[in-house]
Design a protein around this ligand. Structure first.
Ligand code: SF4
Length: 270
């Protein structure tokens, strides 16, 4: 893995489009070694104009204590601060064990909380920071993405991302610690009929999203990444889009109160 360091001029990026409802996105890293095959960031400038294959490199941002604290103070003076961490990287990818950029950002936020923080990850490492997340109380929600309950499917689409059982245990631990949690099924991958039932008591809400709705380009990025073809190769052609959404949505609504099952963008709102 190619690792380099950079000191950003700014940590907070103004949001638009899919992240409406947020004021800024916050990315502790550039790049992501989970390297999910369907990752829409692969088709964004941040990846297209960087040397090396997506997943083979990560740029580590430095200077949290020196610069982020002041930037957060200034942002709060200007108005509401709803933060989305992260939109184009995973804040708990493996390098975080050592670098602790995400933890440092949370430490700053615990001292001077934003109005709301959404933490989006696929990694059980998030449980390391339960102590700080608890300090943020209702101002935080942690979203654990679990796209399927079938480990074989996870391995086919995201072999470098953490196994399903570890993510599920992490979600449960966060829930038990009183941290607002979200199970995010995004993008929907082929799953079993028992997917929903085992999550009822470990997530406050569920968000379901598809390749077409959730890639920020009406499916264009997912099609460029050949996701329909990949599903067909694996014998899951009926799992692309609407039929899959209906099937999974119905399954979760049978186990969760319907008001707790959100679709696409709605599930990512503060
Ligand atoms: S964890 Fe998220 S940012 Fe990282 S490769 Fe997978 S989809 Fe992309």
């Amino acid at each position: 893995m190619d690792r380099s360091y950079r000191t950003p001029k700014a940590w907070l990026t103004k949001t638009s489009g899919f992240l409406q409802g947020y004021d800024y996105s916050l990315n502790p890293y550039v790049g992501c070694t989970f390297a999910c095959s369907y990752c829409y960031v692969r088709k964004m400038p941040v990846a297209l104009f960087h040397k090396g294959e997506w997943g083979d490199w990560v740029d580590i941002k430095q200077g949290v204590k020196e610069t982020f604290s002041n930037e957060l103070v200034r942002a709060k003076k200007r108005g509401r601060v709803h933060l989305f961490m992260s939109s184009s990287t995973d804040p708990y990818q493996p390098v975080e064990v050592e670098e602790k950029v995400t933890r440092s950002l949370l430490e700053v936020m615990a001292d001077n909380p934003p109005d709301f923080l959404f933490v989006q990850t696929r990694s059980p490492l998030v449980t390391r920071d339960v102590d700080i997340l608890q300090q943020l109380g209702k101002r935080v929600r942690v979203s654990l993405t679990i796209e399927t309950d079938l480990e074989s499917v996870r391995k086919a689409f995201a072999p470098k991302a953490p196994p399903i059982q570890g993510r599920k245990r992490a979600l449960h631990a966060l829930y038990q610690a009183g941290i607002p949690t979200q199970l995010t099924v995004a993008p929907i991958l082929p799953s079993s009929d028992r997917f929903a039932e085992s999550y009822v008591s470990i997530a406050d809400q569920v968000c379901i999203d598809t390749f077409e709705l959730g890639d920020g380009a009406n499916g264009k990025r997912s099609r460029a990444l050949r996701m329909p073809e990949r599903l067909t190769e694996l014998g899951y052609e009926s799992w692309y889009e609407e039929a899959a959404l209906e099937k999974v949505h119905q399954q979760f609504c049978a186990h969760f109160d319907e008001s707790r099952v959100k679709l696409s963008q709605e599930g990512f709102l503060p």
